[in-house]
Each structure stands twice: as C-alpha cells, then as structure tokens.
Design a protein around this ligand. Structure first.
Ligand SMILES: Cc1cc2ncn([C@H]3O[C@H](COP(=O)(O)O)[C@@H](O)[C@H]3O)c2cc1C
Ligand SMILES: O=C(O)c1cccnc1
Length: 353
C-alpha cells in the first residue's frame, strides 16, 4: 500500500510563542543574551505545544542499509563495513555508541536493508526491505513498493518508541552518493557541487565518483520527476526509512534532531512531501561533507554545531543533544527577575521615573 504521509500539526501558535518569548525574556539575563539557546527553547516549546516543555526519553535511531552502487567504487571503504559497523554499534564501540551512552540516549539500530543476516538481539530491529538496493546505474535503486515499505517501516519504528524526541542517524557504505543525487535533483544545484569525498576519497576517487553519479543522474533525470520517483531512483532503504521516521515523529509532535549530510538529505526529501516537517527539526551540525552547506542554505536552516564532523551514524545529533537539553532546562529552571528579586532595565527605568 502507498505510504500515507501523516498530517503534521502546525507549530505556528502565536499566543504560545508570545508566552514562551515572555518567559524567556523575564529570565535573569540581559535580553537575548542566551542567543541560539533562546530560539531553540522557543522551537521545542512550539513543537511540544507547551510553554513548559520537558524532554522525555530521547531516542537515537540509526538506520542501516547497503547500496548496489557501492560495488562500483564510490566509497573509500568496502561494503562489508556496513554490517560490521552495525555489530560495532550493538557492541557499544562505535562513536555513536559512546555518545549515546554519555548523553543518556536510548540507541536503537534498524536493519533497513543490510546485505547480511544478523543474529536477533536487543537493540536491533529487523526491518530489512532487501539485502541492499539495486545498482542505480542500471535502473531504479528500489521499486515503488520497496519505497513504500521503507517509509512505512520508518514511521512504525518511531511509533513503537517512547519519548518526545528522536535523533536520526544512518550507516550505509555508498550512501553519500544517494544523498548527493537527492540534493542535486531536489535543489537544482549543480551535481558536482553536491558531491564530496564521503569516507575520504582521494582526488582521483572523487573524479570517478562525480563521473559515475553524472551518468546516474542522466539516466534518471528524464524518467524520475516526482519526489517518490526520485527516491526510488537514487535513494537508499535507510534514507527512505529516516524520511518515514521524521514524518511520523513530526506528526506526533516529537522533536526531530537531524544528523549530517545523509540524514539531512532524507529530511530534505521528506519536506517535499510535507513542508511543515521542517519546523519540528533541529539541524545538529554542519557536516564537512561537500554539499551539506548547499543543503542547509537551500533549506534556510542553521545547524547548531560546526565541528568539522563527517561521520554520520547520528554522532552529530548526539553531540548537539546536550544543547537542546540545556535550552529546555534554562527555560524551566532559571529564575525570573521577579522571582529572584533582580532589577531589570525596565524596572530601573520605572523606579527612576
Ligand atoms: C568505519 C566507518 C564507520 C562509519 N560510520 C559512518 N560512516 C559513514 O560513511 C558512509 C558514507 O560514506 P561513503 O558514501 O563514502 O561510503 C556511511 O556509512 C556513513 O554513515 C562510516 C564509514 C566508515 C568507513
Ligand atoms: O555528514 C554525514 O552524515 C556524513 C559525511 C560523510 C560520511 N558519512 C556521513
């Protein structure tokens, strides 16, 4: 069945915004002095639909999938790294495992379509659509039915998790290729500028990747027009699942923390189905992957961090999480000028008048 895009409630509540703004402005600090943390707290309040937001049971979900195109050498690493890293996530040894532990994030790994049979265990969800996408130079990466299955699975995964915030990450050797193509096709930016070194291609490798993805784009440009056709043509199972997960999360008024270039491409794509999705999204960091800055500029969003990360996995989302938490705690726990008996500018003026 075709995946029904869930309705996303509006977060444009002028009265709530005014209450939130007032609460922040009455805190014991110069007006606006908490900078981005103020707009972040406002956004969380609007998404959670309250002027007293509380973040509960944040969920970091890593979607993993393999890519047929990877056999053509678009990555600096072999495709086996996808399943090996899934094992590493579950064993607690990957970057995202460490950061999830540090920040109290529940970590779920989803097999969206890895070319490997995993032994079942806690923390791993089997939602395998197929053992990897088809080679998108030969034809579409996935069928329309596989796309719908992936979108639905992403939505179902979120529905089955507790809490009111999800952090979305991915693993899939070759998936910067899909992300670059999605960015180019959806934004109209030149493909070469949307393509980067991924896991670390050298100059010759980057030139090969550009030439190959140019052919992929030529092959699909005429036939794939709608967002769904584009995702089926050049996407990935983990990318489509992230899109479904983000749409479902926003429809449930959960905050969505978007990791780097690949998770960003999934959300860019999903925002074409439901533009309101973007108001639920926090963009965690500016990835060093070429193309991410084009993406964030195109979407007119400003990521929180700029650490030169180019890892994925949800690592940047996990690193941004404490800032989201701080913004909410400041809103909840800081005293106001009134409650703390601190004189503010307007009170001084009043006293002098
Ligand atoms: C050991 C290792 C761990 C990773 N964790 C995330 N990625 C990242 O690199 C991949 C995308 O880059 P490309 O398109 O060049 O293959 C994705 O799996 C992404 O999550 C990793 C890559 C490697 C090698
Ligand atoms: O920003 C990302 O998500 C990214 C960049 C390079 C490689 N893997 C992931």
């Amino acid at each position: 069945m075709a995946f029904p895009v869930p309705p996303i409630p509006t977060t444009h509540d002028a009265a709530l915004l005014q209450r939130l703004r007032h609460r922040i402005d009455r805190k014991t600090k110069p007006l606006g002095a908490l900078g981005r943390l103020e707009s972040l707290a406002l956004q969380v309040g609007l998404v959670l639909d309250t002027d007293r937001p509380v973040l509960a049971a944040p969920q970091l979900v890593v979607f993993a999938g393999d890519h047929g195109i990877a056999a053509r050498g678009v990555s600096a690493y072999p495709t086996d790294v996808t399943w090996q890293m899934v094992e590493n996530f579950l064993a607690g040894g990957a970057a995202v495992s460490v950061l999830a532990r540090q920040h109290g994030l529940a970590l779920t790994v989803v097999d969206a379509g890895v070319n490997h049979m995993f032994a079942p265990r806690a923390g791993l969800l089997d939602r395998k659509v197929a053992p990897g996408t088809a080679d998108m130079l030969d034809g579409p990466a996935m069928t329309a039915a596989q796309l719908d299955q992936a979108l639905q699975s992403g939505a179902d995964v979120v529905r089955g998790l507790p809490g009111n915030a999800v952090l979305l990450g991915e693993m899939g050797i070759g998936n910067t290729s899909s992300a670059s193509l999605l960015l180019a096709l959806l934004s109209g930016e030149p493909l070469d500028e949307c393509i980067g070194r991924g896991t670390g291609l050298d100059d010759a490798g980057l030139a090969r990747k550009r030439a190959l993805l140019g052919k992929v784009m030529d092959r699909h440009r005429a036939t794939a027009a709608s967002p769904r056709e584009l995702m089926a043509a050049v996407g990935g199972f983990e990318i489509a699942m992230i899109a479904g997960a983000a749409l479902q999360a926003a429809s449930e008024r959960r905050l969505v923390v978007v990791d780097g270039f690949i998770a960003g491409a999934a959300v860019l794509w999903a925002s074409r189905l439901a533009p309101a999705l973007l108001s639920s999204c926090v963009w965690a960091h500016s990835s060093a992957e070429a193309g991410h800055r084009l993406m964030t500029r195109h979407l007119d969003v400003v990521p929180l961090l700029d650490l030169g990360l180019r890892l994925g996995e949800g690592s940047g989302a996990a690193l941004a999480w404490p800032l989201v938490e701080s913004s909410v705690r400041l809103l909840a726990e800081m005293a106001s000028f009134e409650s703390a008996g601190v004189s503010d500018k307007s009170a001084d003026k009043g006293a002098g008048a």
